[in-house]
Design a protein around this ligand. Structure first.
Ligand code: AMP
Ligand code: MG
Length: 419
């Protein structure tokens, strides 16, 4: 039996927000940033397209052979039996055949070579029998076979990519096939990250007694390391209300988003909360989520503010479930990568309280029949970051669900769709 630590408070307390409601509220308050910049297509992968890409010409630009073989007119194919055709010339990719063919003649042709006027069919060389300057063809061929038609990939005038598409490698190739060197993309989202807590020390310094190294800022930084995001590192902000407010207000001058960790629950040293409550535009939530219950969200100046919990696993889980969808909305991405969520058979028992979404970390795999299975990574405390490092998936236990017995199925969210 895997032990899940009990929540500190009764989960039936008032003010607890179901995960989906929290996400809806966050998305409603995450407007697209607008604003674009021009980039070379070599640097455009992972950026969000800010213009429509429309074709000025057909791709392919001309009908051409899809194979190495013999080009002919479909009318010259034998209806039955075989036929011998005379080879009247050669066509290579980049070296079109210039002459004209008479009925009963064919052309030696290579892959990619333009089809001459009047020819519409290619016989693969493996399906033809060469006899000197002639070729023997049998009756198993169809008119129009083995050619790539002009415009069959992209038609002249067609809009192939629309604004809001997060560009993937084939998109970049598609744009290049239209000869376009530069495009407009949504500008990078500027995200300021900060850690809070008097016990937290940066790597490169020596923690005093009772101190520990900052891991949150580094896991967040890594999670934000993508082509469409610029990270602004605010470091560790001193845990005094005025210092926190000051640092965040300054960051809001140039950042679109501020993400801090720690100090958002209701302890006496939770200064982020004290600092931001006075600013009046931040809500302090108790999300019905484990790990990740204390959570702050709102605005500081023009920036969207996320106050994540301090515990390292809670930081990661709330980032992927609540922050990332908001960032993608602000970037205007309308082809969000599909984050696969599928069913797997649990190999262990899991303790689960109804009334909150629980997200233990798991290892998924396939059994001998190819069915998906999941097991827990062990200690699921929200400070056990190694439980996330060992995992390859989040196990999503729905709000209303109770304990899970081995053999029951659960939803799993592979990291492959998240990272
Ligand atoms: P808090 O929500 O501020 O009470 O933080 C909860 C716990 O999370 C603390 O006791 C720390 O152990 C841990 N923690 C907070 N911030 C960090 C950080 N930046 N890096 C690693 N652990 C942290
Ligand atoms: Mg703290």
């Amino acid at each position: 039996m895997i032990k899940i630590q009990p929540a500190c408070n009764d989960i039936h307390e008032p003010g607890l927000i179901p995960l989906n409601d929290a996400l809806t509220r966050i998305l409603d308050a995450s407007p697209p940033i607008g604003g674009y910049e021009r980039v070379n297509i070599e640097n455009a992968r992972g950026r969000t397209l800010a213009e429509a890409i429309t074709a000025d010409f057909n791709v392919p630009g001309y009908t051409n052979s899809a194979v190495d073989g013999y080009a002919l007119s479909g009318a010259d194919l034998p209806a039955e039996g075989t036929r011998i055709l005379e080879i009247a010339g050669k066509a290579y990719a980049g070296e079109p055949f210039q002459g004209r063919l008479n009925p009963g003649q064919c052309l030696r042709i290579m892959t990619g070579a333009p089809m001459p006027e009047g020819l519409d069919t290619v016989i693969m060389q493996e399906h033809a029998e060469r006899r000197g300057n002639t070729v023997l063809i049998d009756g198993r061929h169809k008119p129009g076979q083995n050619v790539r038609r002009a415009g069959e990939d992209i038609r002249l005038g067609q809009t192939i990519l629309h604004p809001g598409k997060r560009l993937i490698p084939p998109d970049i190739g598609l744009i290049a096939s239209l000869g376009i060197p530069e495009i407009n993309v949504v500008r990078k989202l500027r995200i300021a990250i900060a850690s809070t807590g008097n016990e937290i020390f940066s790597i490169g310094t020596t923690p005093k007694a009772g101190g520990l190294y900052d891991s949150n800022r580094y896991s967040l930084w890594a999670a934000l390391d993508r082509p469409d995001i610029e990270v602004i590192n605010l470091g560790i902000v001193e845990d005094r209300p005025d210092a926190l407010l000051n640092a965040f207000e300054q960051a809001a001058e140039f950042a679109d988003v501020i993400v801090s960790t720690g100090g958002v629950s209701s302890g006496e040293a939770d200064y982020t909360k004290t600092a931001l409550q006075t600013s009046g535009r931040i809500g302090f939530w108790k999300v019905a989520l484990k790990p990740g219950r204390p959570f702050a969200f709102g605005r500081i100046g023009n920036a969207v503010f996320f106050g994540l919990p301090g515990n390292p696993v809670a930081v990661m889980v709330t980032f992927y479930l609540l922050v990332l969808p908001s960032l993608e909305k602000m970037l205007g991405i309308n082809n969000k990568p599909i984050v696969p969520l599928f069913r797997a058979r649990m190999l262990d028992d899991l303790r689960k309280k109804p009334g909150r979404t629980e997200v233990p970390r798991g290892i998924i795999g396939q059994d001998q029949n190819g069915e998906w299975t999941a097991r827990s990574t062990g200690n699921q405390g929200s400070g056990i970051l190694s439980s996330m490092s060992l995992a390859n998936a989040l196990i999503i236990l729905e709000h209303d669900r109770g304990n899970v017995k081995a053999g029951e199925t659960v939803w799993v969210n592979p990291f492959a769709g998240l990272f």
